[in-house]
Write a protein that binds this ligand. Structure first.
Ligand code: NAD
Ligand code: TYD
Length: 359
């Protein structure tokens, strides 16, 4: 039986990945989820796995070398899938240090613990071991509005935010382990994800939540920045395919070819909510474009991200969920999980929101 060590599995993409993996492999795999449970980590995301003998949760900091090496010593880990990170650009602008600590130092600790556990006395590594580092297309910087330019795996790194700079640093560390030790790893650089369990500080869940609450919809700058949206389950599938069918030591870009301006996304969410809310739902009346409010632009705001996913297509992957379908599924999920939203938007989130956008 293959054993996975997943970091950051209580976050948005990590929890979707764990659900995907158990749906796909059932009791053929074991997953150990290591998460510090920061504001972004939520065990409610994995509630339905309680009692599943293949699933273990360990609360630990990826920067804590002792805790991480103990997990490797006590378990025969075959795969590492490393999601844990500070992931929100706006927070990185306000508080860069924590991004460097978690994203750079945390990745160094994960790499080193895996290396120590997997290396053979005669040199090389135990066969079959693999480390996948989950990164972002934001390391490549910003593309011009011209829609013929794309990010490729060999596009030079040019990060602009403390978040993307810290992810770029982490990617370089992984690369250095592959180059120096032939450490068995892959890096995936993915575009913007959306879907169930996404924390409402990111654009799509924030807009859905604000629409339903009748709150203003904050649009940074002119609203014409472009992101390449990928449904999170398609990302989970891509990660598994890279580990099982991809070539070791390679980087793969994962993107949906689904580029949209932020303002288009907001209009689509309003239209979709109008279609989905029943006529007698009192929220229907206030879900209108009147909520749209242009606010001060984000500092260093990258203009456009877009991935050419040619290399990962050659592994057999392609995005399956069209945006219209993905956004309906996401909104349906938020309708069914109002308690989840209430729980994550109380306390610390409310304070962040008030500081960021004003009351
Ligand atoms: P998230 O913020 O929702 O979740 C991050 C998780 O990491 C949380 O559960 C948190 O508790 C945990 N964590 C944070 N610091 C930790 C620490 N020191 N030790 C252990 N756990 C810690 O993030 P996400 O959106 O799910 O992103 C996951 C990964 O994917 C990140 O590496 C991110 O850079 C990358 N990524 C995200 C996107 C996106 O659109 N969300 C796109 C491309 C790449
Ligand atoms: P975000 O979801 O924070 O992802 P990222 O910055 O990692 O791409 O933001 C997506 C886009 O939406 C980005 O161009 C910033 C913009 N945005 C807003 O216009 N208003 C908001 O309230 C937020 C959170 C983001």
């Amino acid at each position: 039986m293959r054993t996975y060590l997943v970091t950051g599995g209580a976050g948005f993409i990590g929890s979707n990945y764990i659900h995907y993996m158990f749906r796909k492999y059932g009791n053929e795999i074991r997953i150990i989820n290591v998460d510090l449970l920061t504001y972004a980590g939520n065990l409610e995301n994995l509630k339905c796995l309680e009692g599943n003998p293949g699933y273990t949760f360990v609360k630990a900091d990826i920067c804590d070398k002792e805790a991480i090496s103990r997990i490797f010593a006590e378990n025969n880990i075959d795969r590492v899938v490393h999601f844990a990170a500070e992931s929100h650009v706006d927070r990185s602008i306000r508080e860069p240090e924590v991004f460097v600590r978690t994203n750079v130092l945390g990745t160094a600790v994960m790499l080193n613990c895996a290396k120590e556990a997997w290396e053979l006395p005669e040199g090389g590594f135990k066969p079959g071991k693999k480390f996948l580092h989950v990164s972002t297309d934001e390391v490549y910087g910003s593309l011009p509005d011209d829609d013929s330019a794309f990010f490729y795996e060999d596009t030079p790194y040019d990060p602009h935010s403390p978040y993307s700079a810290s992810k770029a640093g982490a990617d370089m560390l992984v690369k250095s382990y592959m180059d120096t030790y032939r450490f068995p790893a892959n890096i995936t650089n993915c575009s913007n994800n959306y879907g169930p369990y996404q924390f409402p500080e990111k654009l799509i869940p924030l807009i859905i939540n604000n629409c339903l609450q009748g709150r203003k919809l904050p649009v940074y700058g002119d609203g014409k920045n472009v992101r390449d949206w990928l449904y999170v389950e398609d990302h989970a599938k891509a990660i598994d395919m890279v580990q099982e069918q991809g070539e070791l030591f390679q980087t793969y870009n994962i993107g949906g070819h689904n580029e949209k301006q932020n303002i288009e996304i907001i209009h689509i969410i309003i239209e979709t909510l109008q279609e989905m809310l029943p006529d007698d739902d009192p929220r229907k009346a206030h879900v209108t474009t009147d909520l749209i409010t242009y606010v001060e632009d984000r500092k260093g705001h990258d203009r456009r991200y877009a991935i050419a996913p040619d290399k990962i297509k050659a592994v057999g992957w392609q995005p399956e969920t069209m945006f219209k379908e993905g956004i309906r599924k996401t909104i349906e999920w938020f309708f069914r999980n109002e308690e989840w939203m209430k729980n994550v938007t109380s306390g610390d989130y409310q304070k962040y929101y008030d500081d960021m956008y004003g009351k």
